[in-house]
Design a protein around this ligand. Sequence first.
Ligand code: TYD
Ligand code: MG
Length: 457
Amino acid sequence: MSAAKKKTVFFCKECGNESAKWMGQCPACHAWNSFTEREVRPAARSDQHVRAGLETAKPTALSDIRLSDEDRVSTGMAELDRVLGGGVVPGSMILVGGDPGIGKSTLLLQACREMAAGGQKLIYISGEESLKQIRMRADRLGEFTGDIKLLCETDLGAISDILRSEKPDVVVIDSIQTMLNTEVSGTPGSVSQVRESTAVLLQLSKALTISVFIVGHVTKEGMVAGPRILEHMVDTVLYFEGDRHASYRILRGVKNRFGSTNEIGVFEMCEGGLKEVSNPSEYLLSGRPKDASGTVTACSIEGTRPILLEIQALVCQTGFGIPRRQSSGADLNRINLLMAVLEKRLGLKLGMCDAYVNIAGGMRIAEPALDLAIAMAVVSSFMNVPVSDRLLAFGEVGLSGEVRGVSQPEQRIREAAKLGYEECVLPKVCAQRVGDIKGIRLHPVESVRDAIALIKK
Ligand code: TYD
Ligand code: MG
């Protein structure tokens, strides 16, 4: 009997893109002459299955599956636990993405230190740094106790063997872009490598109930080969962000199969590693100028927690024909819209003004509840009249200049009251819902016009 015809596919050597036929130019990465033929091995996937030690799954009655909260393992860092939804679920996969140098390795090494001290068995696998480099970082973070091992390895085959023999509770892979799955084509960091390496880790994690933290660098070029492509494979996706030149860092949950997203954790990068900031409002408002025009305090709800922010605006006559509008932290389209509303409904001559809006502290917030504070900051700067630094403003602004209600007004006001705020401008509908809050005078408003009238006083 003649051998069955071998099935082959073509793949791009540059990005791993596959195609049934040969192509001169790769449609994904636009490289020329990069397509090569490869034999398809249909058994590859089930091979991986067997290697990972997975048994054939049997259906289980839904009511037989037991859940308990004690299943979660605390990372020993309250801010990280908060973003994870109360700790690490054993056997889950967590992707930690972020720009290079933002502090991902530091965060995870620190979490490892706490988890090892709490009795967990850990392996930290680095494909980026040498053992000595990691040791040097560890020395900055303090003393390490417990069962924590380091491994410098990039070959996934070797890593799976080690994980199967060591059976740790938690593994850190730093980073997924350095891992090499020899069964797949492409260089480390290419789409196919990143995807297939994650698939192997996923099977190991589920089969051996190992919690896996995966570090992924976000590439500047639209994150194509970055961690974005594996967001759907992992259980939890966290992004570590912040200005590399400033000391604060924000850990944001963007996907979480075991908890709420939108939670944020706030850290400060210090000499001895990351320090948790348990009261971000106080931290973000520190250094606020007094009696300066163009600054108004707003409140945003991030997950379950209200955070006070300083909105700064600088409005000045444009020197050129076309006014410049710039924003850092807030949505620029929203700012343009608010300025159009102010111009049309209040008759302010903003059309020929440059405007720069900034959320102090490097926070990025898209919540419409910030509208009112942005509008007030813009007008305050335009008129050069300061707004009281003991005043909080929140509310959504509509196209007719009306101020609409937002969620959880009471929580926002209480947070401000805690920090010694005395006044609050809020939508009328919200004012009806909140009772008296000690120490805070409420100014319910129906339109931006009412709110702006408060500045002039
Ligand atoms: P790192 O964790 O290596 O970033 P990533 O893994 O995301 O690429 O952190 C890098 C930065 O953090 C580096 O610029 C030095 C700084 N750093 C401190 O300021 N204090 C410290 O204690 C440590 C360990 C790092
Ligand atoms: Mg690193």
